[in-house]
Write a protein that binds this ligand. Structure first.
Ligand code: CTP
Ligand code: MG
Length: 375
């Protein structure tokens, strides 16, 4: 049985303020409406109801595979127009959803659709948990029993034919589609709603919705920078690879300037000092140490703190040696040490156009970033 979703987005959002109607305002990197439409990406047909005056929105969404319908004088009118637009499609089930509820979960949508196998209608409700008062002029005038009371959410789902007929014969003034359906004698099941499925109504609701959509994810970028001076030697070690060179790099350890920059980028993302604090040059045990020891330590510290390294990028700045021929081996070596895929490790290089200490070939500099994510 085909399922369609009607997203009503023709309101003016007067209570939310802020110029543009709330459904077109930015939220967690996109527009509110983009989140809402995406939540219904898996239904067979999607209808978007837009106010006739929202010319830009008609332009933008006209280019997508959505069915567009014009808004009505009130929400019920907008729903009615959405139902009209589906007449040719005649889906078995239809879901009516507020564009202003971008945080709806797949679980809530699925439970509404499933309940329609046994009922004419189904909608998410949240049992009221706060005590309820009546009040006038800032004074409490009474209390109400909250038992059996629910806060109504959307999507509200129905058999399409039954809801369409109910809307056609309804005199108007219904609070929502559940009331329209019930007035026509349809049975409507309550499925569990979710507190996160808020309807953006006031300006404060944007921050709450943003928090829900971005989740608790902690994404960090750290940077690292290192320089080593040229000295005696016949090779340099860069990002774990020994590269033949007329001179070597001087340093307390193996002077792997690229790996040190990456290591410092990880410490930076963790806000936990730098390589010199973790492995003091004054400590003889680190003399001549291979730099993978430092990098492995930083990686395991990130893991202990619950972070996953998702990407590192390092740029070496030198005239010589040429890095290009060794870049793949360097990526592979670093990926192996950090337990990452090759596609998560970037190694590149640039000259400094013969300017400065790197241009005069006095040493090599490296700059790195690391991305760490805690879900
Ligand atoms: N809606 C609609 N057509 C209308 C009125 C409302 O499509 N004539 C939609 C809104 O775009 C919103 C949903 O119905 O997605 C719920 O309505 P509400 O939260 O009241 O939104 P607005 O009417 O836009 O806001 P306000 O009442 O603050 O002006
Ligand atoms: Mg309104």
């Amino acid at each position: 049985m085909a399922t369609a979703a009607i997203i009503v987005a023709a309101g003016r959002g007067t209570r939310a303020g802020g110029g543009l109607p709330k459904q077109f305002r930015p939220l967690a990197g996109r527009r509110v409406i983009d989140w809402t439409l995406d939540a219904f990406a898996n239904v067979d047909h999607r209808v978007l109801v837009l106010a006739s005056e929202d010319h830009d929105a008609w332009q933008i969404f006209g280019k997508t595979g959505l069915i567009l319908a014009p808004g009505g004088a009130d929400r019920a009118g907008s729903v009615r127009n959405g139902l009209d637009a589906l007449a040719a499609v005649a889906p078995g089930k239809v879901l009516i959803h507020d564009a202003a509820r971008p945080c709806v979960s797949q679980e809530v949508i699925a439970s509404v659709i499933d309940a329609l196998d046994h009922h004419d209608g189904a909608a998410p409700g949240l049992p009221v948990t706060d005590a309820l008062w009546t009040g006038t002029k800032g004074l409490v005038t009474g209390t109400r029993d909250r038992s059996g009371l629910y806060a109504a959410q959307t999507p509200q789902g129905f058999r399409y034919d039954a809801l369409y007929a109910a809307h056609k014969s309804h005199p108007g003034g219904a609070a929502d589609d559940v009331q329209v359906a019930r007035d026509a004698g349809l049975d409507v099941a309550i499925v569990p709603g979710h507190a996160d499925n808020l309807k953006i109504t006031t300006p404060e609701d944007f921050a709450r919705a943003e928090h829900i959509l971005r989740g608790q994810m902690d994404i960090r970028l750290g940077n690292g920078f290192d320089v080593h001076r040229f000295g005696e030697g016949d090779h340099v070690t860069l990002c774990g690879v020994a590269v033949p060179n007329g001179r070597g790099l001087q340093g307390h350890s193996d002077a792997d300037v690229g790996m040190h920059a990456v290591t410092d980028a990880i410490f930076g993302a963790l806000a936990d000092g730098d390589i010199g604090q973790h492995f003091p040059p004054s400590d003889p045990q680190w003399k001549g140490a291979e730099s993978h020891i430092f990098l492995r330590h930083a990686v395991s510290l990130a893991g202990e703190r619950g972070y996953r390294i998702t990407h590192v990028d390092v740029t070496m700045i030198c005239e010589r040696p040429k890095i290009g021929p060794h870049a793949q081996a360097m990526r592979a070596a670093m990926a192996e040490i950090m337990g990452l895929e090759l596609g998560q490790v970037s190694v590149k290089a640039t000259t400094s156009e013969r300017l400065g200490f790197t241009g005069r070939e006095e040493g090599i500099a490296a700059i790195a970033t690391a991305t760490l994510v805690k879900p």
